[in-house]
Design a protein around this ligand. Structure first.
Ligand code: SF4
Length: 234
């Protein structure tokens, strides 16, 4: 793929987004939630854990604890048992309790709607705050950068950075603000369904024409064996 300036990269990013929009018209947050508090709790639990597992645990968790005050008042050991099927459950139980105590003490039991207030809560970093702001409040505050978004940003040549904050800035510069939340969903869905960490399905990929990594994998000069090796390297 030829060298790009910001303008040509933006145009390519637009084509990538159009391709992903067409491939995943229904892309959305795959964590189950019915209000802002539930999404905040589910997102804290989802760190280094898949959404399916989180949804299994939150199905009973949300029936038991309906408000921030409920979590804040729960004994830590009880919370630990309630989420023990999730990785890092001890830490997460501590964070949930502390975050909910802060919600009760400083925010009247409600989830705040600013990046600053959210990231001041225990266990809440920029990624979690972006998930909550974008999906529970409909606010385009940033781009969620998880492992899929980081991997795809690199393969697609949208960011050469490795730090999530820097990747997010690169993506924000390429996509209109109104699309930031959806861009995360498109990349996450593509990462889960096509552009796997190991063995991306480049030949079947909907956006391969605009993907530098895909172009390397599908180079017609390579033998099938060489293509296979290249797939393992991108
Ligand atoms: S062409 Fe391959 S590497 Fe590029 S986005 Fe598609 S699956 Fe991922």
């Amino acid at each position: 793929m030829p060298r790009e300036n910001l303008q040509t990269r933006k145009a390519r990013a637009q084509r990538i987004m159009a391709g992903l929009r067409a491939a995943y018209p229904d892309a959305h947050c795959e964590l189950d939630f019915s209000n802002q508090l539930e999404l905040l709790m589910a997102t804290i639990l989802s760190a280094q854990c898949n959404d399916r597992q989180v949804n299994i645990v939150t199905a009973s968790l949300f029936k038991r604890y309906g408000s921030a005050a409920d979590y804040a008042a729960a004994p830590l050991a009880e919370l630990e048992i309630a989420i023990r099927r999730i990785g890092l459950y001890r830490n997460k139980a501590k964070n949930i309790k502390a975050a909910c105590q802060a919600l009760v003490e400083k925010h009247g039991g409600e989830v705040p709607r600013t990046m600053e207030e959210l990231t001041a809560l225990s266990g809440v970093g920029r990624k979690t705050a972006n998930v909550v702001l974008g999906n529970a409040f409909g606010l385009s505050a940033g781009v969620v950068v998880d492992t899929h978004v980081a991997r795809l940003s690199r393969r697609l040549g949208l960011s050469a950075q490795t730090a999530p904050g820097k990747i997010e800035k690169d993506l924000q510069a390429l996509a209109p603000r109104k699309d930031w939340t959806q861009l995360s969903h498109w990349l996450i869905w593509h990462g889960r369904r096509r552009c796997f960490a190991r063995g991306p399905e480049c030949a079947r990929c909907e956006i391969k024409a605009d993907c530098p990594a895909g172009q390397k994998v599908l180079d017609p000069k390579l033998t099938p064996e060489q293509q296979k090796k290249m797939r393992a390297r991108v």
